[in-house]
Design a binder for this molecule. Structure first.
Ligand code: ADP
Length: 461
């Protein structure tokens, strides 16, 4: 596996090399092409000037050519790699650069001509000949044959310019490469540092250290989101771990008390300290029943959780269910002198009727259980465009608001409810939560301790 730094550096280097290479290729093609057309134009202009210059060397009156001047012009043209041949109107040669008397020429001119002759034999395609009619007042007085040498399109200075441009491009390429490496080292460090740290943190978490957190001071949004999610996940794991520990100790606690009582009774009776009277045996039976009850509650929640996957949805009137469930508590409510107010409106709900009845049963049972004598219980409901909402409110012992979410965890009971010996085992609300969530809904708990509680259920349509 390649390191992030290597990958980034390779990527940057490739981009830089490609860019510089493309610039170099296009610049060269563009320059050569432009020089070509520039040279062609220049050549044409030069030749036309030459032809009109030659016309001037004809004397109308004497009908003679000024060969001396033509010779001078021819020599200058030769220096520029143009070979001139001038014919008069009858077609006889007036002056020919290749055949004139070389004695009078400068050595350099001779050398130049030699060079041109050499090039011509070596590469005849590099020479182009054009014929220009020499006109005076519309009448042809002769013809100029101009041959020019095309030296690859580019002069030495042009080639020099392109060479220096290429050198500049190479220098820019090398400099950009250095910058690319520096930038990629910087970027790779900036990105990979928090990722490496994240890897370390998640490794620690997998070893069971849930107190560790990632440093989330990064300014990169995506990295921040990642560290934030990992920190959030660790918070959740830590919370679940604490709950798991609490659950184990709570189950142990719930089982220990009845077991200890039953064991001490049986021991006393078997050692002959106590007479095994029917009442004592019934007490033992009650404690064992309590243990059986805890086990069956556990079994119930397991069953509800597995059943929840397949809901048996039907349309039913919520009001009717409330009435039938509250009637189950008539005796208990009158014993505690509780008043119960319920809504009057019909509300057709599409849900699993049996399970929603269980939710109401658990909530109302708690409201009755945790109410003070003479308290008030209120059950209300309302239909909205996208959801059904109902609540169970009481004026009972309440709970600390910060424990609101914990109430829905298995075996969780507030200290007050434990000490009051209400007989619950802390499963009822976890069943409520499991059923509501299976319907895609949400259950929340609110309370002012000592004043009362409010449990609200929202079921989406
Ligand atoms: P149980 O009532 O059997 O203990 P639940 O899961 O129904 O178990 O409730 C868990 C805990 O939530 C209770 O032990 C109690 O501390 C708290 N609780 C539930 N309902 C109420 C209520 N209406 N008023 C005050 N506390 C409540």
């Amino acid at each position: 596996m390649r390191k992030f730094l290597t990958q980034l550096t390779l990527c940057f280097a490739l981009i830089v090399l490609l860019t510089v290479a493309l610039i170099a290729i296009f610049a060269n093609i563009f320059l050569v092409k432009n020089f070509d057309s520039y040279l062609t134009n220049q050549q044409l202009e030069y030749e036309q000037n030459l032809a009109s210059g030659l016309t001037l060397q004809y004397d109308d009156e004497t009908e003679e050519w000024n060969v001396e001047y033509i010779h001078g012009m021819g020599m200058y043209a030769l220096e520029d790699y143009y070979i001139i041949k001038v014919y008069d109107k009858n077609g006889s040669v007036v002056w020919d650069a290749e055949n004139h008397d070389m004695q009078s020429c400068h050595n350099v001119m001779q050398g130049l001509l030699d060079e041109i002759t050499r090039l011509k034999t070596q590469n005849p395609q590099s020479f182009f000949t054009t014929q220009y009619p020499l006109l005076r007042a519309g009448v042809q007085i002769g013809t100029a044959e101009i041959t020019h040498f095309v030296s690859n399109g580019l002069s030495e200075s042009d080639q020099q310019f392109i060479n220096s441009l290429n050198v500049i491009l190479v220098v820019v390429g090398v400099l950009s490469l250095v910058v690319a490496v520096v930038v990629s080292v910087f970027l790779a460090n900036k990105i990979s540092k928090p990722i490496t740290q994240l890897a370390k943190v998640t490794k620690e978490i997998s070893r069971g250290n849930y107190t560790i957190r990632c440093d989330d001071t990064t300014k990169t949004q995506e990295i921040y989101q990642l560290t934030d999610s990992v920190n959030h996940m660790t918070d959740e794991i830590e919370k679940q771990e604490k709950l798991r520990q609490r659950l184990t100790s709570d189950v142990a606690h719930e089982l220990r008390t009845p077991l200890a009582i039953a064991a001490s009774y049986l021991e006393a009776m078997s050692e002959g300290v106590w007479e095994p009277t029917p009442e004592r045996l019934r007490s033992c039976q009650e404690e064992i029943d309590r243990i059986t009850n805890i086990v069956s509650e556990l079994e119930k929640i397991r069953q509800i959780e597995s059943e929840n996957l397949n809901l048996n949805r039907t349309d039913f009137d919520f009001k009717e269910i409330v009435e039938s469930v509250t009637s189950l508590f008539d005796i208990k409510m009158s014993e505690k002198k509780l008043s119960c107010i319920t809504g009057n409106d019909k509300m057709i709900v599409n849900a699993d009727e049996r399970k929603i009845r269980q939710v109401l049963l658990n909530l109302i049972s708690n409201a009755v259980k945790y109410s003070y004598e003479g308290g008030k219980i209120e059950i209300g409901w309302q239909e909205y465009d996208t959801e059904w909402k109902f609540y169970v409110k009481d004026t009972g012992i309440g709970f600390p608001q910060e424990q609101a979410d914990l109430l829905f965890e298995r075996f969780y009971r507030t200290d007050v409810s434990r000490s009051r010996g209400t007989g619950g085992v802390g499963i009822g609300l976890s069943i409520v939560k499991a059923i509501v969530e299976a319907h895609g809904g949400k259950v929340t708990a609110d309370s002012v301790q000592g004043k009362g509680s409010l449990f609200t259920v929202v079921l989406p349509k």
